[in-house]
Design a protein around this ligand. Structure first.
Ligand SMILES: Nc1nc2c(c(=O)[nH]1)N[C@H]1C(S)=C(S)[C@@H](COP(=O)(O)OP(=O)(O)OC[C@H]3O[C@@H](n4cnc5c(N)ncnc54)[C@H](O)[C@@H]3O)O[C@H]1N2
Ligand code: MOO
Length: 697
C-alpha cells in the first residue's frame, strides 16, 4: 500500500490529458523515449530467418561464379554451326575430355571442335555457346566427330558469371528482414554467419478484473483475453521477442508492482505494452499508475477512431540509465489492433532496425505513413459513410469484385471497436481524414492492405546496376526509407521511367548519332539528373601485362588501350570477350575494332562483371569494362573513355520524400567524395532538378 488511491479518486471521471493529433502524439512519445536501433549480434545462417540485417550484404563473389552450361550438350563456337540443318549436318571434331560440373576444362575449344559438356559445368575457353544434345548425333563410323543438325548463336544455353548476382553488388540492404528468399541468397554467396539486429524484447500484459486467460473456466461477467494473443503474435510477426506477462487485475498497487518486476526482468525489456484500463472508467488504473512514474505519460488521448484513449509514456530503469517505453492500448481489440499498428509497429521497427530513426524524417520513419504517401488499392464505396469530424477514422473494409468491372467495392465491416473478428475478416482499411464528415456512395478511396503482404518500397529503382548508385541508395535506406532495386538494364529503366512505374532509373545509354549519353533519349515527362562518369577501359590479367607491353613495343606503338586492342585483335591466340549488341560498350568496341572480328568476337556477355569474370578466369584474355569492376576482379585496367551514368526520375515523382532524400544524398559532398574513392568520376557541382527547384521555392 505504498500509494493511497482513494475510492473517490478511483471513481472520479478523469479526463484525458489532452487529445492530440496522431503525428504530434508520435513526436511527443519519441521525444520522451528516444527510440534507437538496438545492438547487433552475429548468428549462423541457419538462425538468420526472420532476423533483420544489421549491415548491407555486398556480394563477395559472382553467382554463378563462372560461365556455365545450362543444358547437356556440346560446348562450341557458334560460328561453326552456321548453315547446319537436318539434311546437311555440320561435323565438329570432339576434344578429348568430357566436362562435368565441378571440373575445370583442360582443353580450349578451337574453331571446328566441340567438347561434351553437362548442365552446370564451366564453359571452356574458346567456346561461346552450347548445342543441346538433342540437336546432335554421333556416327559410329566417325567416333571422333559430333554432327549438328541445327545452328546455334553465341550465348545460347550459357549462364554467364555474375548474371544472377554480380560480385560487389549490394544484394541485401541493412534493415531488411530475412525471409526464405533472402536467406537463400546468403547461402548462394557462401555466407555462413550474418550480423543481425538484436530482437526487441517486449512484455505484453492484459489488464482488467474481467479478463480470463484461455484455458481457464469463464466466470460470470468475465471475457477471454484476446488482446494478449493479438498483441503478442503481431509483435512476433514484426520480429520482437515476446515475454508473456499474463493478466493483471484493475488494482493500482498490483499494476505498480508489475511494472517494478518488469524492470527486474533479465535480459532487460525494451518495451512494455499493456491493454485495457486507459479510458475514463472507475476501474481504469493503468494510466494513473503511469502518471506516478518518471518520466510518466507523454500522451494520453489521440484523435483517432478507434484508439482515442491510447496512453504512451515511459518508465526509468532501476539504474536510471535508460527509459523503457510503455504503451497502454485501449482494451477493445480493434482499438488495440489499430493503435498497435499506429504506434507500436513503428517503435518496434526502429528498435529492431527495419526503420531508421532520423528526427528530421519523423513522419516517414514511423513507417505507417503509407496512406499519406498514397500507397494502397483503389476501391469505391458502395454506400455513404458518415465519419466523426475531429478524429482520423480508420474503417475496416472487405473488398468485393464489382459485377461489371471497374475498381473493387470497399464494404465497411461496421462491427465497431469491440470486435475481435473484424480485423481478421478485413482485407484492409480506409483512412478518413480528420476534417471529413462523410463520403458519398461511389467515392474513390485507397484501401491500405492488412497483414504481412508485399509492401511497396518508398523508392523503387529500375534500370542498370551500378555499384555507385547502390551506395547512394544505401544512404537513402539509412534515412529511414525502404528501397528496392530491379537491375534489368538501362533500356528497361528508361521505359519504366517514361511510364512513371519507378521512382528512379540508373541509365548509361549511348547515342551514336549525337555521340552523347542518355540525354537524347529522355522524354518530356522525365527529369535527367546528371550522374557520374565511369571510366571504361581494356581489362587484362596482371600476368599478361608484360606481354601486352612487349607486343606494343614490337609494333612501335605507344602503350595505350586503343593500340592494345589493335594489336591483340590481330592475334588469334588472344581471345576477346565481347559485349551484347545494343550496349554502349559494344558501340565503343565496334568503333575500335573497325570491322575486324578477332577470336572470341562471338563471345558476347551482358555486363561489365561478366567481362571481368571471363578475363579473370581465363576464358578470355581481354575485354572492355569499367574501372571499379576491373578493380573488384583485380584486373589491370588501361583507360579508354568516360561513360556517363545518369539518373532518370519521372517528374511526377520528384517530390516524393524518398526521392528528395536521394537528391539530398547525391548533393552531399561527403557522399560525392565516397563515390570518387570508389573510382567514379564526378563533376565538382551536382545538378539540381528544375521541377524540384520550383517546388522548393
Ligand atoms: N465515457 C467514456 N467512455 C469511454 C470512452 C470515452 O471517451 N468516454 N472511450 C471509449 C473508447 S474509445 C474505448 S476504445 C474504450 C477503451 O477503454 P479502456 O482502454 O479503458 O479498456 P477497458 O475499459 O478495460 O476495456 C474495453 C473493453 O474491452 C474489453 N477488453 C479489455 N481487455 C481485453 C482483452 N485483453 N481481451 C478481450 N477483451 C478485452 C473489456 O472487457 C471491455 O469490454 O473505452 C470507451 N469508453
Ligand atoms: O476509439 Mo475507441 O478506441 O472507439 O474504440
Amino acid at each position: 500500500m505504498a500509494y493511497s488511491w482513494s475510492r473517490e479518486g478511483m471513481s472520479r471521471q478523469e479526463q484525458f490529458l489532452e487529445v492530440v493529433e496522431r503525428c504530434e502524439a508520435w513526436r511527443r512519445w519519441c521525444a520522451m523515449v528516444r527510440p534507437q536501433r538496438l545492438g547487433t549480434e552475429r548468428v549462423a545462417l541457419g538462425m538468420a530467418w526472420n532476423r533483420v540485417l544489421a549491415e548491407e550484404v555486398v556480394a563477395p563473389c559472382d553467382v554463378p561464379p563462372f560461365d556455365r552450361a545450362l543444358v547437356d550438350g556440346y560446348a562450341l563456337c557458334a560460328a561453326d554451326t552456321f548453315g547446319a540443318f537436318e539434311e546437311q549436318p555440320v561435323g565438329l571434331i570432339l576434344n578429348d575430355e568430357t566436362l562435368t560440373p565441378g571440373r575445370m576444362a583442360r582443353c580450349e575449344v578451337r574453331r571446328g571442335t566441340a567438347t561434351p559438356i553437362a548442365t552446370g559445368a564451366p564453359l571452356p575457353r574458346g567456346a561461346d555457346s552450347v548445342a543441346m544434345v538433342e540437336t546432335t548425333f554421333l556416327d559410329p563410323n566417325t567416333p571422333q566427330t559430333v554432327f549438328l543438325t541445327r545452328p546455334t548463336v553465341p550465348g545460347r544455353h550459357v549462364g554467364y558469371a555474375g548474371s544472377d548476382v554480380a560480385q560487389g553488388e549490394i544484394v541485401l540492404r541493412r534493415g531488411q528482414r530475412l525471409t526464405a528468399r533472402e536467406t537463400a541468397i546468403l547461402a548462394a554467396l557462401g555466407l555462413a554467419e550474418i550480423q543481425v539486429v538484436r530482437r526487441p524484447r517486449v512484455m505484453v500484459l492484459s489488464t482488467g478484473d474481467e479478463i480470463c486467460s484461455p484455458g481457464q473456466p469463464l466466470k460470470p461477467g468475465q471475457i477471454y483475453d484476446a488482446n494478449a494473443t493479438l498483441l503478442g503474435d503481431s509483435l512476433r510477426e514484426w520480429g520482437a521477442e515476446v515475454v508473456a506477462g499474463g493478466v493483471v487485475p484493475d488494482n493500482p498497487e498490483m499494476l505498480d508492482e508489475t511494472l517494478n518486476s518488469c524492470l527486474k526482468t533479465h535480459p532487460p525489456l525494451d518495451l512494455i505494452v499493456l491493454s485495457g484500463g486507459t479510458s475514463k472508467g472507475a476501474g481504469d488504473a493503468c494510466h494513473r499508475v503511469l502518471t506516478r512514474r518518471s518520466p510518466g505519460i507523454a500522451v494520453h488521448g489521440v484523435a483517432l477512431k478507434p484508439g482515442k484513449p491510447v496512453c504512451l509514456g515511459g518508465i526509468e530503469s532501476t539504474d536510471s540509465a535508460r527509459i523503457v517505453p510503455v504503451a497502454v492500448l485501449p482494451g477493445f481489440p480493434t482499438s488495440a489492433a489499430f493503435t498497435l499498428h499506429e504506434f507500436i509497429a513503428p517503435l518496434v521497427a526502429i528498435l529492431g532496425g527495419t526503420s531508421a530513426f532520423d528526427p528530421s524524417f519523423t513522419e516517414i520513419a514511423s513507417g505507417t505513413t503509407r496512406h499519406r504517401v498514397g500507397v494502397g488499392l483503389d476501391a469505391s464505396l458502395p454506400e455513404r459513410f458518415d465519419s466523426e469530424p475531429g478524429r482520423t477514422e480508420y474503417v475496416l473494409v472487405h473488398l468485393v469484385e464489382p459485377p461489371q468491372g471497374g475498381p473493387p467495392l470497399a464494404y465497411p465491416l461496421g462491427k465497431g471497436s469491440g470486435s475481435v473478428s473484424a480485423f481478421a475478416r478485413a482485407d484492409g482499411f480506409v483512412v478518413i481524414p480528420t476534417e471529413c464528415e462523410y463520403l458519398d456512395a461511389g467515392s474513390l478511396v485507397k484501401v491500405i492492405p492488412l497483414g504481412a503482404g508485399v509492401q511497396p518500397a518508398d523508392l523503387m529503382a529500375i534500370g542498370s546496376h551500378c555499384a555507385g548508385l547502390d551506395r547512394l541508395l544505401s544512404a537513402v535506406v539509412d534515412r529511414g526509407f525502404s528501397v528496392k532495386s530491379l537491375n534489368v538494364g538501362s533500356q528497361m529503366g528508361l521505359e519504366a521511367a517514361r511510364r512513371s512505374e519507378c521512382d528512379l532509373a540508373g541509365v548509361h545509354l549511348y547515342d551514336p548519332t549525337t555521340q552523347d549519353y542518355n540525354r537524347p533519349f529522355v522524354p518530356e515527362s522525365v527529369e535527367l539528373i546528371e550522374g557520374y562518369g565511369r571510366m571504361q577501359g581494356v581489362v587484362i590479367r596482371g600476368e599478361d601485362e608484360a606481354l601486352a607491353r612487349a607486343d606494343l613495343e614490337l609494333n612501335g606503338l605507344e602503350p595505350t588501350a586503343a593500340n592494345l586492342i589493335r594489336v591483340w585483335a590481330a592475334r588469334d591466340d588472344r581471345v576477346m570477350v565481347n559485349r551484347n549488341r545494343g550496349s554502349g560498350t559494344r558501340v565503343l568496341l565496334d568503333g575500335l575494332l573497325q570491322g575486324s572480328r578477332p577470336a572470341g568476337f562471338g563471345y558476347e556477355v551482358k555486363s561489365h562483371h561478366a567481362v571481368a569474370a571471363a578475363v579473370a578466369q581465363g576464358r578470355a584474355d581481354w575485354g572492355v569494362a569499367i574501372a571499379p569492376v576491373a578493380a573488384m576482379h583485380r584486373l589491370r585496367f588501361w583507360p579508354l573513355t568516360l561513360e556517363r551514368f545518369d539518373f532518370l526520375i519521372p517528374k511526377d515523382r520528384l517530390d516524393r520524400p524518398a526521392i528528395r532524400a536521394f537528391l539530398a544524398v547525391w548533393r552531399d559532398p561527403v557522399w560525392r567524395q565516397k563515390l570518387i574513392e570508389l573510382g567514379f568520376v564526378l563533376d565538382s557541382s551536382p545538378s539540381t532538378p528544375t521541377a524540384s527547384r520550383t517546388s522548393e521555392g
